[in-house]
Design a protein around this ligand. Structure first.
Ligand code: ZN
Length: 239
């Protein structure tokens, strides 16, 4: 069977760079729970509040840098590419730290903070400059007054599921990094890889909910563990 690698990353690797998550600050923002901010219902009821929240998160990208875990994954992808082995990175993270570390073949299943989209005409754009302030950013395609964050909110369908299914179908090596294993459908990928006979590698601080005795577990922070893990991974695969 032809070697094909799929890597899944979650909040743990971003946390190592200091990216704030909903789980910080007691899980509240301006007194709101995440389910009250990151939903289509909240956007419909109080778009200004939701926009303030996302502008704050977008602006905070400037305060964080990729860590050695991000760079190790980018290095793994480079070596795989040189060896002619497909290596797709699927991330649940909405920051751009994988891109900034040099990763390619990257699928953001929960969207991206640097992207916006128009609900009227479905225009998508990368906007990594208007990160300050609360004013609306109008659609350049149809003129609609306010673009929304290109983020998958609670109750919305994750992006790239067809492409993810395609790469999982041929997956022989699956590496899960920094996920809690409770957010579906991402949490189902480890089980899917295992059931299809892939070798499974897991790195996170604590064993994730979806882990199993057949997985090779590398406990610890990704920023510390991944450089060594990637060396071992590549040497076993011979590249
Ligand atoms: Zn538009």
């Amino acid at each position: 069977m032809k070697t094909q690698i799929v890597i899944l990353t979650g909040a743990g690797i971003s946390a190592d760079s200091g990216v704030a998550t909903f789980r910080d600050h007691g899980g509240l923002w301006e007194g709101h729970r995440p389910e009250e901010v990151a939903t289509p219902q909240a956007w419909a009821a109080d778009p200004a509040m939701v926009w303030r929240f996302y502008q704050m998160r977008r602006a905070s990208l400037k305060d964080v840098e990729p860590n050695p875990g991000h760079f190790a994954i980018a290095e793994l992808q480079r070596r795989a590419k040189t060896a002619g082995v497909p290596c797709t990175l699927v991330t649940q993270n909405v920051d751009d730290l994988h891109e900034r570390a040099g990763s390619t073949d990257l699928l953001h299943m929960h969207g991206e903070l640097v992207k916006l989209r128009c609900e009227r005409c479905d225009h998508h754009e990368t906007n990594d400059h208007d990160l300050e302030g609360d004013r609306w950013i109008p659609c350049r395609s149809c003129g609609y007054e306010k673009l929304r964050p290109d983020i998958v909110w609670f109750g919305e369908i994750p992006f790239h599921l067809d492409r993810i299914e395609e790469v999982m179908a041929g997956c022989t090596q699956f590496l899960s990094v920094g996920t809690s294993g409770v957010v579906y459908p991402a949490a189902g990928l480890l089980h899917l890889a295992r059931s299809r006979g892939a070798e499974t590698w897991v790195n996170s601080l604590d064993p994730p909910e979806n882990m199993d005795a057949r997985d090779r577990f590398f406990p610890g922070r990704g920023a510390e563990v991944l450089p060594g893990l990637v060396e071992e991974f590549c040497s076993e695969l011979g590249f």
